[in-house]
Design a protein around this ligand. Structure first.
Ligand code: ADP
Length: 502
């Protein structure tokens, strides 16, 4: 064990007990192993040590879960539950998560590599809030009454209205960067609207979803409304996407996999929400307040170790302040305390896996090979953990791989610009369009430039701020549809029109 490995003896009893338990999926209200009996390993990325095994679901397990979800969707104990009762169940679930917050934070930190505080804030506390926020929506889903004319039937009268009906069985597939948070983003609108779901967390980080299954039972959510299966993307995930009895696919992950899922969904006319990759620009104008822009730009990329789909991975700085900002951000990178997630001193933990470490390093090496300069970091930390130093790269041009592709790690490229209209064009010149931030005190520039930025979410003098009540989704190769907010309700309901002759 190196000093970069978690000391698992510091775990609370509840988290330690859960890690040591035999993990089973949740299908139709029962705790189940995979039909094949196969399991997959779960690691602590700070040490590379296997900390457990979870079922590795195959097509037959997916089928069982979809059958259970379909049955629950049609069963009276869910289909006829009043909105206020759905709301109460969600509030109960939120309370249970809140009560067990420390255990969930520890499980998430150990399994994903992220710091305990980070896991607490973004996987647990925000999930509690989101469950409560979405619980409120359960009682506020409504259609409209519509005055109609039907001029070809002049002697008739009509009454017409629209209703919003739950879309049906949802296949929810989530990534490893904010594991429980992403799962709750998917489960909450399902519960609020009266849909049912089969959820598959990423194979790297299944623990908190499986622990959450206990709370689902405890809260009294009817059997089969939420089914949780664990398994690899190419087997369990693909079987979910291809299952004929799924009505909607809700996917968060890489653009490459999302594109394939979008094709399958389109071929079968399935509804689809895809929240995919990004290469989000951070643009610092000449007049920006550097006291906040420098740490803001550093946080934009190093928050969650760069494993954020809207991470500010390209920093454009006006040439008059370029050196100062570059130096400031590089200083922050050099001084970040890298260590295991359970250590309270840690500011940045390991990446999620050795595979991800290798991937991130290959991008850094490609930049070096193309003539870029490493200003901070640039190396993997030797040892069993999957650490990469916070890295700042300069002397790059827009066409380099490192400026075009999503790295999903703590790697920032910094580039000067002289003309604001030109920098907006450069900011837009990747296939992605998720987030973009502008740092300036000039309100006219804000209103002139923001509409030109091709992104699903834009920020001014901040970056990476997401809120339960604000829609989140991308344009271009960053995705389709939106999560959070009323939009999530809209994306889980289908409008039905009714016309009554009276
Ligand atoms: P990453 O490259 O960041 O791991 P992925 O897009 O591969 O992101 O994974 C995100 C989620 O998608 C995970 O839950 C993974 O298991 C799942 N997944 C991967 N491949 C497929 C696939 N072919 N079909 C469905 N889901 C998949």
């Amino acid at each position: 064990m190196s000093n970069l490995s978690n000391d698992l003896s510091t775990l609370g009893q509840a988290a330690a007990n859960f890690i040591a338990s035999k993990h089973r999926m949740l299908i139709g209200g029962e705790r189940e192993f995979a039909d094949s009996g196969e399991t997959l390993p779960v690691y602590d990325p700070s040490s590379g040590e296997e900390i457990g095994r979870v079922p590795s679901a195959g097509a037959s397990d997916v089928d069982r879960a979809v059958i259970a979800a379909r049955a629950a969707f049609e069963r009276d104990d869910w289909a006829n539950l009043t909105p206020v009762k759905r709301e109460r169940l969600m509030l109960k679930l939120a309370d249970l998560l809140e009560i067990n917050a420390q255990e969930f934070s520890e499980l998430e930190s150990v399994n994903s590599g992220r710091g305990l505080v980070n896991a607490r804030l973004f996987d647990v506390d925000l999930s509690v809030d989101y469950l409560r926020y979405m619980a409120g929506w359960a009682t506020k889903i409504h259609g409209k009454t519509v005055g109609i004319s039907a001029p070809y039937m002049p002697d008739s009268n009509f009454f017409a209205y629209t209703t919003r009906e739950p879309i049906g069985v949802v296949a929810a597939i989530t990534p490893w960067n904010v594991p429980l948070g992403q799962a709750i983003w998917k489960l909450s609108p399902v519960l609020a609207t009266g849909c049912t779901v089969v959820l598959k967390p990423a194979e790297q980080t299944p623990l908190t979803a499986l622990r959450f299954a206990d709370l689902i039972e405890e809260a009294g959510i009817p059997k089969g409304v939420i089914n949780i299966i664990t398994g690899y993307g190419y087997s369990a995930g693909a079987a979910m996407v291809e299952h004929p009895d799924i009505d909607k696919i809700s996917f968060t992950g890489s653009t490459e996999i999302g594109k394939g899922i979008g094709v399958v969904a389109a071929q079968n006319f399935k509804k689809c929400t895809l929240e995919l990759g990004g290469k989000s620009p951070v643009i610092v104008l000449e007049d920006a307040d550097l006291q906040s822009a420098i740490p803001g730009a550093a946080w934009a990329i190093f928050g969650n170790h760069g494993q954020n789909c809207c991470a500010g991975s390209r920093l454009f700085v006006h040439h008059t302040i370029y050196e100062k900002v570059l130096e400031g951000v590089a200083d922050i990178a050099k001084n970040l305390k890298v260590g295991p997630g359970l250590d309270p001193e840690t500011e940045m933990g390991p990446l999620v896996s050795k595979k991800q470490q290798k991937r991130v390093m290959s991008y850094i090496n490609s930049a070096l090979a193309q003539g870029a300069t490493i200003v901070a970091g640039g190396e993997a930390i030797e040892g069993p953990g999957s650490y990469v130093q916070p890295t700042v790269i300069s002397d790059v041009d827009d066409s380099m791989t490192v400026c075009q592709e999503e790295i999903f790690g703590p790697v920032l490229v910094v580039m000067p610009f002289s003309d604001v209209d030109e920098v907006v064009k450069r900011a837009n010149a990747t296939k992605y369009g998720l987030g973009a931030s502008l740092w300036t005190k000039n309100i006219s520039q804000v209103h002139r430039l923001l509409p030109k930025l091709k992104a699903g979410i834009t920020w001014v003098n901040t970056h990476n701020v997401l809120d339960l009540a604000v829609p989140f989704g991308g344009v271009k190769d960053s995705g389709v549809g939106a999560e959070l907010s009323e939009e999530a309700i809209n994306h889980h309901t289908q409008i039905k029109s009714t016309i009554i002759q009276i």
